[in-house]
Design a protein around this ligand. Sequence first.
Ligand SMILES: NC(=O)c1ccc[n+]([C@@H]2O[C@H](COP(=O)([O-])OP(=O)(O)OC[C@H]3O[C@@H](n4cnc5c(N)ncnc54)[C@H](OP(=O)(O)O)[C@@H]3O)[C@@H](O)[C@H]2O)c1
Length: 297
Amino acid sequence: MRILLTGCDGQVGCEISRKAPGYGFDVIATDIGNLDITDIDAIRRLQGKHQAEIFINAAAYTAVDKAESEQQLAHDVNALGAKNLATVARECNLPILHISTDYIFSGNASTPYKDDSEPDPQGVYGVTKLAGERLVAQSNARHLTLRTSWVFGIDGQNFVKTMLRLGSEKDEVSVVADQFGSPTYAGHIATALLRLTEQYQQQGDLPWGNYNFCDNDTTTWHLFATEIMRMGQAQGLLTKLPVVHPIRTEDYPTPATRPLYSVLDCSLFEQTFPDIGISSWESGLREMIGVLAGEEK
Ligand SMILES: NC(=O)c1ccc[n+]([C@@H]2O[C@H](COP(=O)([O-])OP(=O)(O)OC[C@H]3O[C@@H](n4cnc5c(N)ncnc54)[C@H](OP(=O)(O)O)[C@@H]3O)[C@@H](O)[C@H]2O)c1
């Protein structure tokens, strides 16, 4: 099976590239340097040359705050770029696996968002990702979109790495404690996408559509940070355990509004793909910190 992967230098893309050979898949790994997804003719040319059998889109504009002032670029990548990929896949009679976000929801709920809950994004990033989901669905009936949240992983910059850096520099840090969601390990998203590719390879079909997909369990940034520091110290990445103070969202203003409650109900994914299932963010964090600790030795 040959995969055309976009965003291969990102958190999820790197994990897909690393894990794909273990499934016997051949990956045409691209990122903006060799394939800009806003250029549909470039996608057509690359596909013409490599003849991939499935597309996986891990490329995105993910700078949530910067998107507020770079609306056009965020839209070009997250909406039009995603549409371009879905369109070229359809032209070649191929499916596309895509990734979306909890930011398509308002964050004002008090119970987990279902796959068919009404979207109401509060910022530019969420608006462009919602447009991307919809354009992918309109452009290619054989699409499967995983909506995920709070992604962290070994590659690229993310909350875990920021906390470990702060933990090595400071005795105390303050972290928002009134936003609820589910951290999701990039390695778990990559595994799910590769298992879906494997199922498609074996069955020639998939139950297409949009699925909420995030790790168990719900937490806050404050509790997540506390666990990062604890595991970081246990694995020798931190020499001391910093104090993590809880603060309110209003004490940490950001250009883009953060959803206060972005918990996703992933039961549809679990029922539809029981063999793939959902993992815990704790296991992902343990794996990531183990890898980082191994690199330091
Ligand atoms: N990060 C999160 O917390 C989070 C949460 C929920 C959902 N998601 C979704 O999960 C998916 C993967 O996220 P991630 O965290 O792995 O993202 P990431 O680390 O930011 O990686 C995205 C990659 O796409 C590249 N890219 C940007 N514009 C491109 C273009 N025009 N053509 C080709 N490639 C381009 C980026 O390059 P540059 O770095 O050079 O821009 C980067 O290498 C995305 O769909 C994202 O929206 C992420």
